[in-house]
Design a protein around this ligand. Structure first.
Ligand SMILES: Cc1cc2nc3c(=O)[nH]c(=O)nc-3n(C[C@H](O)[C@H](O)[C@H](O)COP(=O)(O)OP(=O)(O)OC[C@H]3O[C@@H](n4cnc5c(N)ncnc54)[C@H](O)[C@@H]3O)c2cc1C
Ligand code: SF4
Length: 487
């Protein structure tokens, strides 16, 4: 544990942000790190609660009390070793994870929980700075070949684990850069892309081959995958959701992912024809999740005239709701750094029409207020409230409505079965599809989710592939009971 009385002596301290008026002028990260002495105090707040619920709160099973203790002791290299024993990329989760671990921290029952995510980020950043993170190529190769399709966090985690087991790994990515949604979905101000490049350099030095601009099933025949002993499909869940609303085809209604991707490409000097810009426009972001928040931050950086956000669900409570008691993930209002930069948020509102002028250009949105009728045993019903229709001037409407599931090209061409939610079918814990040497992990298997889950699934799938190829595996599993899922 940290310090017997640490949690009584020290309050939680979080990283501060640079002032809004400064940070909206650029696309760099804007957090101000805590000092080393403050971080050791934060590590000491971990109170050795006996049953660390944070372990199971974290989808990776990170050894949280152990690395907190090491930070408190000033043993940063040991902390890094512990952290990397369960997490291939703590620099991604330490910046971007919603930290379910903190929501299940026992200290959180009576006080602010331990600042686990920030400690995680500082451990890995210290490790990179000190040069402790070095390529670790395998000592022996097995001659088994593996193709990974998709280079998001699931594909990268699977690749690193399988390479560690000595297999020969090739990662195929259809984009021009490696990283999946980390590269072009998540804005640079939330995670600078050099953070991905730094890790990719390590993976390449360990012996993994990366092939970009290869769209498997489109410009690369799926038959060529037969040359590999095993394949892991990590293509994400990138089928975008739209709205069945009149006027959706107006010039000025844009998918959030197009808007975000274009801006990140421009930040890196890539050519983008006719970039969609929020500059001097009245912007309405439809969808109140992470993607919507990223659109708000990007619109403000581009100099939007006004930024408004719509969400069809009710406003969540400011504190943990009784329906999601500790240690569950709470239904609770989230205010991101992007929201703090300026946005008018509206809940329980539905778009009835995208109004356009005679040239097809978007000019306004017509909305209606709604309520949800709950009838036990039935699906919630959306009821429009009479007399609440409103017109909102708008030049740019960004659709941040999430994704309906994975694209079907690979499933169709390879003959992979899908589940009722259109995800690629493979049992949790096995990751094996109906074609025995083809596995799947991450958003492609579980639907739109989180980075921490993608890394977890990539690691676990890698172990199952290793068992399939070799009959046993020394790769670690968060499943404490060991070789449970023999195939
Ligand atoms: C805007 C946005 C913000 C988000 N913010 C957060 C956040 O703050 N925190 C968080 O935890 N999660 C966040 N998420 C979710 C998170 O990014 C995903 O859950 C995670 O990236 C899923 O990882 P993955 O590896 O399964 O798939 P992806 O990251 O989607 O990667 C899949 C990759 O496969 C490639 N691919 C697909 N088909 C083929 C093919 N046929 N051939 C070759 N390549 C192919 C795609 O180009 C893509 O690069 C966000 C998502 C979005 C859209
Ligand atoms: S990966 Fe996420 S859930 Fe796990 S310890 Fe880090 S912040 Fe917590």
């Amino acid at each position: 544990m940290g310090k017997v009385t640490g949690f009584k002596e020290f309050e939680r301290q979080d990283e501060k942000y640079t002032p809004v008026e400064e940070r909206v002028k650029h696309y760099k990260e804007f957090t101000v790190p805590l000092s080393e002495s403050e971080l050791t105090k934060q590590g000491s707040r971990c109170m050795d609660c006996g049953i660390p619920f944070c372990h199971s709160g974290c989808p990776l099973g990170n050894l949280i009390p152990d690395f907190n203790h090491m930070v408190h002791q000033g043993e940063w290299q040991k902390a890094s070793w512990l952290l990397h024993s369960t997490n291939n990329f703590p620099e991604f989760t330490g910046r971007l994870c919603p930290a379910p671990c903190e929501k299940s921290c026992v200290l959180g029952i009576i006080e602010d929980p331990v600042s686990i995510e920030n400690i995680e980020k500082n451990i890995v950043e210290r490790a990179f700075k000190e040069g402790w993170i070095k390529p670790q190529p395998p000592k022996k190769r097995t001659e088994k070949t593996i193709a990974i399709v998709g280079s998001g966090p699931a594909g990268l985690a699977a690749a690193q684990q399988l390479n560690r087991a000595g297999h020969i790994v090739t990662v195929f990515e259809r984009d021009d850069e490696i990283g999946g949604l980390l590269r072009y979905g998540i804005p640079n101000f939330k995670m600078e892309k050099e953070i991905i490049d730094r890790r990719i350099a390590i993976l390449e030095a360990e012996g993994i081959t990366f092939k970009t601009n290869v769209n498997v099933g489109v410009n690369y025949d799926v038959k060529e995958l037969k040359a590999f002993d095993s394949v892991v499909l990590c293509g994400g869940a990138t089928e975008r959701r739209s709205l069945p609303t009149p006027g959706i085809d107006a010039d000025g209604v844009v998918q959030a992912m197009d808007f975000l991707t274009q801006q990140t490409k421009v930040v890196f000097g890539k050519e983008v024809k006719d970039q969609v810009l929020a500059t001097d426009k009245n912007v309405i972001v439809i969808g109140g999740g992470d993607t919507g928040s990223d659109c708000v931050g990007t619109s403000n950086r581009q100099g939007a005239k006004s930024v408004v956000n719509f969400e069809i669900m009710p406003k969540p409570p400011g504190h943990r709701s009784p329906t999601t008691p500790w240690p569950f993930w709470p239904l609770q209002l989230k205010t991101s750094s992007s929201h703090e930069e300026g946005v008018e948020r509206n809940w329980l509102i539905n778009t009835k029409e995208f109004i356009k002028d005679e040239n097809g250009k978007l000019t306004a949105l017509k909305t209606v207020n709604v309520e949800w009728k709950m009838v036990p045993g039935e699906r919630p019903q959306l009821i429009e409230i009479e007399g609440t229709e409103k017109i909102w001037p708008c030049d740019l409407a960004l659709l941040a409505l999430g994704f309906t599931g994975p694209e079907s090209t690979l499933a169709d061409k390879l003959g992979i079965e899908k589940d009722a939610r259109s995800n690629y079918k493979a049992e949790y814990g096995k990751y094996q599809t109906n074609i025995p040497n083809i596995f799947t992990a991450g958003d492609m298997r579980r639907g739109q989710s989180l980075i921490v889950w993608a890394i977890s699934e990539g690691r676990e799938a890698a172990r199952q592939v290793d068992i399939y190829l070799m009959g046993k595996s020394n790769l670690p599993s968060k499943n404490m009971s060991g070789d449970l899922v023999a195939l």
